[in-house]
Design a protein around this ligand. Sequence first.
Ligand code: NI
Length: 249
Amino acid sequence: MFIDTHCHISKNDSNFNEVLEQMKDNIMIISGCDPISNKEVVELTKEYSNIYGVIGIHPDEVDNINKEDIEFLKENIKNSKIVGIGEIGLDYYHNNENKEKQKNLFLKQIDIALSNNKPIVIHSREAIQDTIDILKEKNITNAVMHCYGGSIETAKELVKQGIRLGIGGVVTFKNGLRLKEVVKAIPLEYLLLETDSPYLSPEPFRGQVNVPYNCYYVAKVIAELKGISLDQVLLKTTENACIQFDLKL
Ligand code: NI
């Protein structure tokens, strides 16, 4: 068994039933990113026992939300199957002209997580220093850096603060050398499996639509890099996810 700690799945996906069938013995934590997906995440967690969710407003959506969308987060984070606030953070790749607005939204959502004692799932793109500054300022220890793609030094800094790293398909890429080094250097206790489906399909499916089951291929590469068995990786990362998201399986 394994847990895909970060995927974007919707009932509107043409492969939705196939994904459910493939994952029937595994667990998915579906991530919202805007008001519409957040509502669907809440619905899906109610309908399927092996689906948990995190809800949040992605930094790319900062100009498209209103007060009610934040109220929705405050109300629904209280649901036991909504296990965190995410994906939230900073994205200066898509827009670096609204940095202050992004930071404010990030901080607002961090506060919702903190006051409900739940973790945050962080998206950070071309904004790592500002992200780390905010995490330190808010003394965040209960968090996941989703789709980690940074340096070993930054990874160590995050782990020192207690933050776990979500490892996805990039670790299987031939040019994913930096991430491979990160995986070697960071204790397994701090790694989580994720796919970010439908994006970032691992080898040997690179370029195709990603599915949560492909966590298996990410785990295989982690096992090779760590020199341990696939079973050990699946077992330990499942345990890590249960601790991180307070899952009682
Ligand atoms: Ni994502």
